[in-house]
Design a protein around this ligand. Structure first.
Ligand code: HAM
Length: 428
């Protein structure tokens, strides 16, 4: 039996990787334009970072982490998300002392969660995320949401919904937690097993449970928004004004409770219904206490992450994926071993001149080499057999127009530079 890939992982094959590259290029360009710089952190960290960062009561830490002991006896974990690592780097590399403040970072890479795989949910998935550290004003929250929105606009996605909530701060959350527990206590029997466990430690999460019985039991539960302190309330209101001013449509969802413990004040998700049950393509919020929690100075911060598999799925269902234009312009078609030598030399000279060119690597017949060129939408074939070799020429065939002529081998690079230059002007 051949070895197979693990459940919940994917091979991103070339035809799809091309679309990933295009989406990633748009994301990177938009980040740079918004003044965000890339950070690359390790794929594994000490387990304690995620336990302290993501939170002991979360599903991620309790059930989903890929944790192992290394040969030195350390407990390590494959990163389930990027925020905790970015905060660790912010503290460890003293980014809080940097001249440019706030610190605006973005990252892209693989994350690992041992979840039940289903459409849109993987065990290895890829996130693009941003984190802004060192700024507490609502305008920062607005900028971060605007960045996500602008990326989706440039990618061509439509029909997105921003769901917005405030989950308060430890101050206002304490009172809400008490009211919520009072409300839930007589209804405990109606809740699912997970929510019964959440009752003591993290009752807010019960509001986010997707089980119909829990939804029903909590339909009239007190919402956190009714208990916000003055600071949290005015922050939320100002953010809404700013989003409205930027023309970003949002809806308030008082039940939106994110699956990570570090959020304070703003929490948001961006949904696209067409991709199925796992419709959140982006999730984020403010996490003003996290940097301090992991040993750094008090630092307000906010960020988000989007699941790139889901972004690509949305692009696919909305038919926004277009094939690449930058295929090889020319192909050197060689017939026989003798021609391969000069053919290979010609290919290398053309590549040095910056002309995208390919060559047959299988020793195929003229007919099948031309057929392959046609399939790959190549514009020009440079044909070289024994006869051309002896006469010091090559046949130049325009595969679109079907015209052909003979050109001296010494002239070929100059001619191709001319034709490729013209072609590039035309396609622009
Ligand atoms: P999260 O909501 O856990 O937040 O993940 C963010 C996004 O990653 C989700 O909205 C989804 O698109 C994608 N995602 C999560 N799990 C999976 C999975 N198993 N398979 C496929 N896609 C998935 C965070 O990770 C926070 N670190 C976001 C953040 C940054 N908050 C502040 N800064």
């Amino acid at each position: 039996m051949p070895i197979q890939r693990l459940k919940g992982t994917q091979d991103i094959l070339p035809e799809t990787a091309e679309y990933w590259q295009d989406a990633e290029a748009i994301i990177r360009k938009t980040c740079r334009e918004f003044g965000y710089e890339e950070i690359r952190t390790p794929i594994f960290e000490l387990t304690e970072l995620f336990v302290r960062g993501v939170g002991e009561t979360t599903d991620i830490v309790n059930k989903e982490m890929y944790t192992f002991t290394d040969k030195g006896g350390n407990s390590l974990t494959l990163r389930p998300e990027g925020t905790a690592s970015v905060c660790r780097a912010y503290v460890e590399d003293k980014l809080y002392g940097q001249v440019q403040q706030p610190v605006k970072l973005y990252y892209m890479g693989a994350m690992f969660r041992h979840e039940k795989p289903q459409a849109g949910r993987f065990r290895q998935f890829h996130q693009f995320g941003v984190e802004v550290l060192g700024a507490d004003k609502p305008v920062v929250d607005a900028e971060v949401i605007h960045l996500a929105w602008e990326i989706y606009r440039r990618l061509g996605l439509t029909g997105l919904e921003v769901h917005l909530n405030s989950v308060g701060c430890p101050h206002c959350r304490a009172l809400h937690k008490q009211k919520l527990q009072e409300f839930l206590a007589p209804r405990l029997g109606a809740l699912c097993k997970d929510c019964q466990e959440r009752f003591e430690r993290n009752p807010l999460r019960i509001l986010d449970c997707k089980q119909p019985s829990c939804r029903e039991a909590t339909a009239d539960a007190p919402a956190i928004t009714e208990y916000l302190c003055e600071d949290c309330r005015s922050h939320a209101e100002r953010l809404q004004e700013l989003l409205a001013a930027a023309g970003i449509p949002y809806s308030i969802n008082p039940r939106l409770v994110r699956g990570l413990d570090y959020y304070r004040k703003t929490a948001f998700e961006i949904m696209v219904e067409e991709i199925g049950a796992q419709s959140a393509i982006c999730g984020g919020g403010r996490y003003d206490g996290l940097v301090e929690e992991i040993g750094g100075p008090p630092t307000p911060a906010i960020g988000f992450a989007m699941g790139l598999e889901r972004v690509l799925a949305a692009l696919r269902v909305q038919e926004k994926l277009s094939p690449r234009a930058d295929r090889p312009f020319a192909v050197v078609v060689t017939l026989g071993e003798r021609a391969t030598g000069l053919g290979f030399q010609t290919v290398s000279r053309l590549r040095q001149a910056g002309i995208p060119v390919s060559m047959d690597l299988l020793g195929r017949s003229l007919k099948s080499q031309l057929k392959a060129a046609d399939r790959n939408q190549i514009r020009v074939a440079l044909i070289l057999g024994d006869e051309e070799l002896d006469r010091g020429v090559m046949v130049v065939r325009d595969l679109i127009l079907g015209e052909q002529s003979e050109v001296s081998q010494d002239e070929i690079v100059r001619l191709m530079e001319e034709q490729y230059g013209k072609y590039q002007k035309d396609v622009r």
